[in-house]
Design a protein around this ligand. Sequence first.
Ligand code: COA
Ligand code: ZN
Length: 323
Amino acid sequence: MAQNGEIIAMPVPDGAAIEICEVGPRDGFQIEKAIIPTDRKIAIVNELIDAGLKKIQVTSFVSPRAVPQLADAAEVLAGVEKKPGVVLSALVPNAKGAERAAKTQVDIMGLFCSASEAHSLKNVNASIEATLARFPPVVEIAKAAGKRVQGGVATVFGCPFEGEVPPEAVVRIARFYRDLGIVDLNLGDTTGMATPATVKAVLAALRQAVPEMAVTLHFHNTRGVGLANVMVGLSEGITRYDSSIGGLGGCPFAAGATGNICTEDLVYLLQESGYRTGVDLDRLIGVARLTQDVIGRELPGQVMKAGPRLTRHGLDDVSTAAG
Ligand code: COA
Ligand code: ZN
């Protein structure tokens, strides 16, 4: 304990295993203008599994009128070849979504509620209070179907409509989840407003209020500090991170939303820092290139362009600066 009573986190030691949840097929595909064919989505998810990713957020069981890009949720899940040890998740906003998800091979239903009223109204057409009221039946449906539930919070580190979001607003939702028996808490940085200082402040507030909950950090790289925030998370003892292949991603109902932190860039950083990810980086870069081809535009991922650190180039590849 520190002098002020705050619990100090132990930094994650070198060599520790870090759990990466790939969210590109959900957070990424949901914001793409062109609808990606179902078989292409399935192919990308299966390639991600082959590259060693053990946790994948495959889709959302939301209203197909709100997010037409993910209307094929059940079909995509039906095509995924789940290997031993692989866990699949999907977002679920209400009982109707839970009933749809319960019929599939999904393992985790991800609830989500915004910590800001303005974003909540935009994202799920309901206040925070009304959104939370939808969740107890979802938990019942999930339990009956033998599925786990994760509690997600959006706009944790700031809201594009309201600005600063107080940590107490996040704590209130986390407590609600905890009281429903949910132990997994996902902290969504919906429009990349997290900074090292705000990450520390939110984690400190949650450690006081709900120390029993296991936190996953979900950063977007909108302002270029996504991986710096991961380093802060590691120093605060957090071992679970969401990221997106090629750096896809963004919320269609949040102004200025852009890509998640990029999975292959995250794997590169973690592996070069001595952490274990279980992912084959070369294969993952191949999946990022495949995803880029399917999406049809350049993706923001950087390691897919530069290659791993010791990528060697031929001397003839560049001219010599002879005067
Ligand atoms: N799956 C499929 N259809 C659904 C559904 C679900 N989970 N939830 C609601 N619907 C259908 C209803 O059956 C109803 O259809 P009908 O008009 O044919 O009877 C219609 O959608 C409206 O239902 P209602 O309960 O009034 O929902 P709403 O229009 O207020 O929308 C949400 C609420 C939550 C369903 C919608 O805002 C949504 O899907 N938001 C998700 C946004 C998102 O994914 N954001 C990115 C992640 S952060
Ligand atoms: Zn996101």
